[in-house]
Design a protein around this ligand. Structure first.
Ligand SMILES: NC(=O)c1ccc[n+]([C@@H]2O[C@H](COP(=O)([O-])OP(=O)(O)OC[C@H]3O[C@@H](n4cnc5c(N)ncnc54)[C@H](O)[C@@H]3O)[C@@H](O)[C@H]2O)c1
Length: 335
């Protein structure tokens, strides 16, 4: 039996706890939070041990793997300490705030022989998997370009739920690092390695409430010559579906949440996939957590590489860092 622990019992932890409970051979052994009420509630709900100090948790020899569901600024210190204690780590996105810390994290995984995974569950959406497979097969032609639109609503009440949100030191950014990071990750995963980024960030609506950006746009050029225009904003009046459109020399592929379309040049749109989609209050997080977490443990048992390891998880943070630098110096950043 693999004993798993979760650090951080806030908004996202139940997506992890519920998934862990469904996986054979894996057990939720402990939860940890500095908030005593939150951790007691979680321990009662999942019938497991509780800790209020994460250092005590990682010192527990019965813990095999740790999921990090805490504010962004804590991911690197918690992951590194856990890996030094011989624990495998699955951290929520972002891997951490700064590219140099991400490097220390994946180097620690190599040094200690532990596993480090990052939770980019949207890669596990059926539409993302199908799009990736079709693009890689070459069936849809050569990729020329992409367009990505991310428009969510994150208002004052969202930022008031937790002190770390909206701050440079603890969230590390706004719409880029917290919400649209999944879309940035998908773009680089589907399109290929990035050559350069030219971008702008702004705080258009919530400047009295947050320090960080609520809006960003970027022009991205890939090493294969393809281009992408990207827009992200938390200023919308509702949380709408994320749209990614990929143009090839044969037509246009459109991913929107659980729907995947293909429109060949000069032809009519055809539906390639209409998958199940989440309908609850947290639907914007998608249905991918369980599939990703299951894959993490399947790969662990089989001693195979988990696809979103530290290096892979760091790519989105490198993109975000380039976006901020480009916006600040008003120049194209070569990656
Ligand atoms: N993958 C997704 O779609 C998705 C969705 C939501 C959140 N997230 C990520 O999950 C992480 C947590 O986000 P959230 O919205 O659940 O935050 P939250 O503020 O709701 O919960 C964070 C929890 O961590 C606890 N915590 C803080 N410091 C701690 C410490 N030193 N030791 C132990 N516990 C500590 C807090 O008390 C709180 O209960 C973030 O990285 C966020 O980006 C991912």
């Amino acid at each position: 039996m693999t004993n798993v622990a979760i650090i951080g019992c806030g908004a996202i932890y139940q997506n992890h706890a519920n998934a862990i409970e469904k996986i054979e051979g894996v057990k939720l052994y402990a939860v940890c939070d500095i908030d005593e009420k939150a951790v007691e509630q979680a321990a009662k709900l999942y019938h497991c041990k509780s800790y209020t100090n994460y250092l005590d948790l990682i010192a527990d020899p019965l813990v095999d793997a740790i999921h990090i569901c805490t504010p962004h600024y804590l991911h690197n210190e918690m992951a590194i300490a856990a890996m030094h204690a011989g624990k495998d780590v699955l951290t929520e996105k972002p891997i951490c705030i700064h590219p140099e810390d991400a490097k220390k994290m994946y180097e620690t995984a190599l040094e200690t022989g532990t596993r480090l995974g990052v939770c980019f569950q949207n890669r596990y959406n059926e539409t993302s998997q199908k799009a990736k497979q079709l693009l890689e097969s070459g069936e849809l032609g050569n990729i020329i370009g992409a367009k990505s639109m991310f428009t969510w609503q994150r208002d004052e009440s969202y930022y008031n739920q937790a002190d770390w949100r909206g701050t440079w030191s603890q969230e590390g950014g706004g719409v880029l690092i917290n919400q649209s990071i999944h879309t940035l990750d998908l773009i680089q995963w589907l399109m290929g390695d990035i050559k350069s980024i030219s971008a702008n960030v702004a705080t258009r609506k919530l400047y009295d409430i947050i320090e960080v950006e609520d809006t960003a746009d970027a022009y991205i050029v890939f090493k294969n010559g393809a281009e992408c225009i990207f827009f992200a904003s938390n200023c919308h009046t509702s949380t709408s579906r994320v749209e990614v459109e990929i143009v090839t020399d044969k037509g246009l592929m459109h991913i929107s949440d659980n729907e995947l379309y293909w429109q060949p040049n000069g032809g009519a749109r055809v539906s390639l996939l209409q998958a199940d989609s989440a309908t609850d209050a947290k639907a914007c997080w998608g249905l991918g957590h369980e599939t990703l977490i299951r894959d993490f443990y399947v790969k662990r048992t089989a001693n195979e590489q988990f696809p979103i390891d530290g290096q892979e998880g760091a790519k989105a943070i490198n993109m975000i860092d380039a976006i901020y630098r480009s916006s600040s110096i008003k120049r194209t950043i070569i990656l």
